[in-house]
Design a protein around this ligand. Structure first.
Ligand code: SAM
Length: 285
């Protein structure tokens, strides 16, 4: 049993088990106090790449035993980690963010639970949640879909499976694939609100929002640098209203400026916003 190195808190022995520890997605200051304590107390840290985690440990002033792990590891390697977690503290980290989120760890956690070993989550950064929280897209329901397939046919199939999902869709992407992914999403989902969140928590962090067609056009010939989360808003509610559009527009114009009135009525009747804007401008004259 190991003990965390905490100065101002009563030192509480850590329970044996497997600790899933989230690490920063770019800004090292985002590591939590608890994550530092667990890493300091760990008997073994299972890592994706010891050079990447080595830098983090170096930054924290820690020298620890690291073991490379991914979900293709031999069963015997997994079993060794589980044996260690029975009587000590095994931490799993990935290169960045929360392990298991498009990163290794699922088989290890499954096997640990299957073997009755305690599994503890040490929450922290994840690019998907960070992007979602600042995208301006609805957050009440979202579906994390990891990386889209890179081959055209498989990507189109994956997108068509998602078309009816009434939730914000969250994808991980890379710069060289972004333009093709946006074009495929526009083709498969139609016009929707979307966001491209790049280099989160880093110096060149940038979030671009717009419709899928606007973003697809923007990135058609540009390969952005850095890491990317791509978000697509839910499908528009099917318009329910029928009746006299001009009456509705005239009424909306008593409350709203022309662009907003056009947007509101376009949504209600399922009509083209630009056409309604032209109509609203005429009415105002
Ligand atoms: N486990 C990580 C997490 O919790 O976010 C994700 C690991 S996945 C292998 C790496 C992908 O996450 C990148 O290709 C990118 O799509 C996204 N990502 C990671 N860090 C990011 C950042 N700082 N800004 C934007 N996207 C990021």
């Amino acid at each position: 049993m190991s003990t965390p190195d905490q100065k101002n808190q009563p030192v509480k022995a850590l329970e044996s088990g497997l600790y899933i520890v989230a690490t920063p997605i770019g800004n090292l200051a985002d590591i939590s106090k608890r994550a530092c304590d667990i890493l300091a107390a760990a008997d073994i840290i299972a890592v994706e790449d010891s050079r990447v985690t080595g830098k983090l440990l170096n930054h924290l002033g820690l020298k620890k035993r690291m073991v490379r792990y991914n979900d293709h590891a031999k069963v015997s390697d997994r079993d060794q980690l589980l044996d260690a977690a029975r009587g000590g503290v095994v931490a799993l980290v990935s290169d960045a963010g929360t392990p298991l989120i498009s990163d290794p760890g699922y088989k290890l956690v499954y096997a640990a639970r299957d073997a009755g070993i305690e599994v503890f989550g040490i929450p922290g950064p994840s690019a998907a949640i960070t992007a979602l929280s600042i995208s301006g897209l609805p957050t009440d329901r979202f579906l994390f879909s990891g990386f889209l397939p890179s081959k055209q046919k498989a990507r189109a199939e994956a997108i068509s499976e998602l078309a009816a999902v009434k939730a914000t869709l969250v994808f991980y992407e890379s710069g060289p694939r972004l333009g093709a992914a946006l074009a495929a999403l526009e083709a498969g989902l139609g016009e929707r609100e979307a966001a491209v969140a790049r280099e989160l928590t880093k110096k060149f962090e940038k979030v671009l929002t717009g419709s899928l067609s606007e973003l697809a056009a923007r990135y058609a010939d540009e390969t952005p640098k850095g890491e990317i989360v791509l978000l697509v808003g839910p499908p528009a509610e099917a318009p329910t209203e029928t009746g006299d559009v001009d009456v509705a527009l005239a009424e909306a114009l008593t409350r709203l400026p022309a662009s907003k009135a056009a947007g509101e009525v376009a949504k209600r009747f399922g009509l083209d916003r630009k056409e309604l804007y032209d109509r609203a401008s005429q009415m105002k004259k």
